[in-house]
Design a binder for this molecule. Sequence first.
Ligand SMILES: O=c1ccn([C@@H]2O[C@H](COP(=O)(O)O)[C@@H](O)[C@H]2O)c(=O)[nH]1
Length: 241
Amino acid sequence: MIDKTATSTARQIVTSPIIVALDNLTVEGVLALADKLDPALCRLKVGKELFTRAGPSIVQALQQRGFDVFLDLKFHDIPNTTAQAVLAAADLGVWMVNVHASAGSAAMSLAKQKLVTGHYDTLLIAVTVLTSMSQEVLPQIGVNDPLDVQVSRLAQLTQQSGLDGVVCSAQEAKVLKALCGADFKLVTPGIRMLEDSADDQHRICTPAQALQDGSDYLVIGRSITQAVDPAAKLQKILQSI
Ligand SMILES: O=c1ccn([C@@H]2O[C@H](COP(=O)(O)O)[C@@H](O)[C@H]2O)c(=O)[nH]1
């Protein structure tokens, strides 16, 4: 087991709300990009693609460069498996980890309880409705309510389960801040500058609008990682907010 005090006390103050999603890159590309970015200006997100390729050592390599890491593995399983996976993530000293809210309250509560009992400071959040999804596709997964109703329902379930916040679209931020309060973190992917392509995202928003509406953290991947000069693109985004 990793000494969690060694990793958690090393955390630095980051004032930027930007979390850069490290997708569509080789492991070497990720490290080269990390070396061009300033840990005071952004956090980094390790998702399923990168973690499956590189494993826990990539988390450590990014932490050693001074970055807070959001481990975005979106655990969705029975309560015991979900909670143990969250604990394993916390043992890596990550700043934030997530589960799917649709795993249910038992899974979310147990995971949070394990973190509290173990005195971990890792934030635990839950995904509501993926930002790539639109109202039209919800019936495919048996949801016939309006999308914003489903997002609010899962956000409230997440809060009642004791978690620190949710992943949602910035389009839902205003409503969720009013519903869940200022301390409940809203982590919003699907962030695009006006000149950016939406790619596979449906519920998108500009960085400035997202913050104005109550997003706490903006997850930005391809707009930065696929830019000719990623550090310059990050600067441009920061200037826009
Ligand atoms: O609802 C969700 C949950 C997670 N994501 C993740 O965020 C990034 C977004 O990347 P972009 O390149 O800026 O579109 C990606 O890693 C997703 O897995 C999300 O988009 N929506």
